[in-house]
Write a protein that binds this ligand. Sequence first.
Ligand SMILES: C[S@@+](CC[C@H](N)C(=O)[O-])C[C@H]1O[C@@H](n2cnc3c(N)ncnc32)[C@H](O)[C@@H]1O
Length: 276
Amino acid sequence: MHLNNEFEPLIKTKIRTTPYHLNLLSDKERILAFHEAIKEKAKGTIYDIGAGCGILSILAAPHADFIYAVEIDHTVAKHAESNLKSFNNVLVINEDAKEFVFPEKADLIICEMLDTALIDEEQVPVINSIFKYLKKDGEIIPKKVLNGAEAIDMEREHICYEDNEANENPNYEVMSNFKIYSEIDFKNEIKENVEADLEFKISKKGSITGIKVTTFTLLTDNLICGPTPMLNPPLLIPTEKIKVDIGDIIKVKLIYKMGGGLDSIRTRIEKVSYRP
Ligand SMILES: C[S@@+](CC[C@H](N)C(=O)[O-])C[C@H]1O[C@@H](n2cnc3c(N)ncnc32)[C@H](O)[C@@H]1O
């Protein structure tokens, strides 16, 4: 996929950034999808939450009256200020977005603190805190997140993200069907604690040692993005080990807190039965 000519040279040469934010910028599929969503939705007063080095504000500024670009990290916020200094309609604010008192309501909130199933980053607590500042007819990018899971036999014994480079030779084997288990609509109140009852039909004889969680991000109604290398790579979560046969049904309880970190994840295999 190619970024259009307006900002590919900009990304390569002018932006001041950190190694992590440079990786974010290098994920062209992610940037291109956000650019499409911004072109469709950007107007009026915009918040760019978790602004990083300011890339999404750069893309939104031509369409906005004013942008509040909020970034918690001091060094990164300094880079954003430098990258955004030529835009007189963008204000960089170096604060925790959960604490900041916005002086006016937003027509659009762009919040890219996404991670797989929204567990490790503060996307959900931040949106829950700032939702009161969104105008009634205001919009949020992303609009929704869908999470799905499947039972796997995994090599590693700890929680890890799928390694992009291992795609052709993944270090796990899919053992069941795939099921969407949750849909998060950022315009509804979001409960941070998740307790999902997953049920899988086993498609191979062998062992279940984990589950794989995959997240799809709807930036707008018509634009699904991810997983991409820097946007929600699938998460592999170990469970206790059980032997299974084709046709078995297993039930797994998956518990975590959105924004609570990977340490908040718990799994419990609840039941194994056979249904022909
Ligand atoms: C995934 S990066 C996205 C950066 C940029 N928006 C982009 O799309 O390339 C998320 C950013 O959110 C910032 N962040 C995390 N928690 C925050 C909070 N509570 N308030 C403001 N910024 C936060 C991080 O420091 C990081 O720079």
